[in-house]
Design a protein around this ligand. Structure first.
Ligand SMILES: NC(=O)N[C@@H](CC(=O)O)C(=O)O
Ligand SMILES: [Zn+2]
Ligand SMILES: [Zn+2]
Length: 370
């Protein structure tokens, strides 16, 4: 699966550099406890800020828990880094509307995450029926608190590859109609249906920012589902929503590189220790945070759109969330670099996406704090 051989690299043009404003990651799993000393430095080396997912064990369901989790994350931020974790709450059937008021007042909780119960890793406490959370969604709409959605149905009768499209059809359409002013991010989109649905929404809120946006991962831009089965089962390419066929990857590339502010970067970097992925029932999730920009740069370059990377990675997400764009820059240089086969991780080791492969770009100077 190597994309370029060392011999091929010899014939490539001289290294070039690409300097962009400091990027943000609008969807990451930092996990907790012993994992933070690994995950937080990975993200801090690439991103100025990150939306931190709340699917811990137990999940982050209250403002108090989110504030405590934020302190644990901050304790793992390397010296000299200004990395800022943007916290989220995990929505359950019983989340009180008051909790949203408290979250908003905290100033450090930026969104609420909807996991349909059973849809993905640590989603058991997720929402079983959207009707149960209508009062909470009303409050979120009033307070301008965005709802982030893992958009897949859990109905076992629905084919795994169709679960995103069916979620949009059965639930997102109605949610959009019932809460027309609620800010929604459809997370880690994987299909043409999702990209088309987002584009078809004309509404803008009072500040002319979109009411429906989507994050796109690097792995869904780089790979179709063939990658999971190339010469055998490849668990490190297994994530949820699962990779789709090539036509969908092309649609995602079109959305990410099209200059539309409703599509922005969210790695969904989701670390699981090596032996939890290389198992009879392997965990879903790809580790991309350590080389996220390198992966996105490759995807954008492959479709001749490197000039669109900055807006996707560094502008559109901040605009959607109503946060200032970052100052300072990050520079990528065209120096082929091999992705490590394994990285140290809590209680063992972990395999990053594209382990052992050569990526054409690497981060040159890291994040400047200017
Ligand atoms: N994306 C994944 O495959 N896994 C994520 C959960 C999620 O984002 O759905 C995880 O927490 O491991
Ligand atoms: Zn998810
Ligand atoms: Zn995720």
């Amino acid at each position: 699966m190597t994309r370029f051989t060392a011999a091929e690299f010899q014939f490539m043009p001289e290294p070039q550099t690409l300097t962009i404003s400091r990027p943000d990651d609008w969807h990451v799993h930092l996990r907790d406890a012993g994992a933070l000393v690994y995950t937080v430095p990975w993200s801090a080396a690439q991103f100025a800020r990150a939306i931190v997912m709340p699917n811990l064990k137990p999940p982050v369901v209250s403002t108090a828990q989110a504030l405590a989790y934020r302190e644990r994350v901050l304790a793992a931020v390397p010296k000299g880094s200004t990395f800022e974790p943007l916290m989220t709450l995990y929505l359950t059937d019983t989340t009180p509307a008051d909790e949203i008021v408290r979250a908003k007042a905290s100033g450090v909780i930026h969104a609420v995450k909807l996991y349909p119960s059973g849809a993905t890793t640590n989603s058991d406490s997720g929402v079983t029926d959207l009707r149960r959370v209508h009062a909470v969604l009303d409050t979120m709409q009033e307070l301008g608190m965005p709802l982030l959605i893992h958009g897949e149905v859990t109905d076992p009768d629905v084919d795994v590859f169709d679960r995103e499209a069916v979620f949009i059809e059965r639930h997102l359409t109605r949610l959009r109609r019932d809460f027309p002013r609620l800010k929604i991010v459809l997370e880690h989109i994987t299909t043409q249906h999702a990209a088309d649905f987002v584009r078809a929404q004309p509404e803008l809120d009072a500040r002319s920012t979109p009411l429906l946006a989507a994050t796109i991962t690097a792995h869904h831009l780089l790979y179709s589902r063939n990658a999971m089965f190339s010469g055998g089962m490849r668990p490190h390419y297994y994530c949820l929503p699962v990779l789709k066929r090539e036509r969908h990857r092309q649609a995602l590339l079109g959305a990410a590189t099209g200059g539309d502010g409703r599509f922005f970067l969210g790695t969904d970097s989701a670390p699981h220790a090596r032996l939890l992925k290389e198992a009879a029932c392997g965990c879903a999730g790809c580790l991309t945070a350590p080389h996220a920009l390198e992966l996105y740069a490759l995807a954008f370059e492959q479709c001749g759109a490197l000039h669109r990377l900055e807006a996707f990675a560094s502008h559109f997400g901040a605009d959607f969330y109503g946060l200032p764009r970052n100052t300072g820059t990050l520079t990528l240089e065209r120096v082929p670099t091999t992705v490590p086969a394994r990285l140290p991780y809590a209680d063992g080791e972990i395999v990053p996406l594209d382990a052992g492969q050569i990526l054409p770009w690497r981060i040159a100077a890291g994040l400047s704090s200017a």
